[in-house]
Design a protein around this ligand. Structure first.
Ligand SMILES: [Zn+2]
Length: 111
């Protein structure tokens, strides 16, 4: 709970637009990550996203044009991953799945 309050404080500080320095932000985020409060996702192209770890599993789509990160859950994909690991004689412990996407062109009917 203490850490949650600190996290909220840090979030407010970030949103206040005060110049607190990237190194400070990074240090705080890394501490929260170590405490298991947030999860860092590293995407191709070098950018990372920090998310509050609320225990609910989801995977990500990243729009390569806008950098938008979209969360999604597919029971089918989740099940398949367990199945594949099992087929190879392993037990699935964790995974991270990132789909790199771009917005469909609404004007094209050719697919
Ligand atoms: Zn997943």
């Amino acid at each position: 709970m203490q850490q949650r309050q600190e996290l909220r404080k840090a979030g407010e500080l970030l949103q206040s637009g005060e110049d607190i320095g990237l190194a400070t932000v990074y240090r705080v985020l890394t501490q929260f990550e170590a405490a298991g409060l947030i999860t860092r996702h590293n995407f191709e192209g070098g950018h990372s996203v920090f998310e509050l770890d609320d225990g609910d599993h989801h995977d990500h789509m990243v729009c390569v044009e806008t950098g938008d990160v979209i969360e999604f859950v597919s029971e089918e994909i989740e099940r398949l991953q367990h199945h594949i690991a099992e087929e190879y004689g392993y037990e699935l412990l964790d995974h991270s799945l990132v789909l790199y996407v771009k917005q469909k062109d609404d004007n094209s009917d050719d697919d």
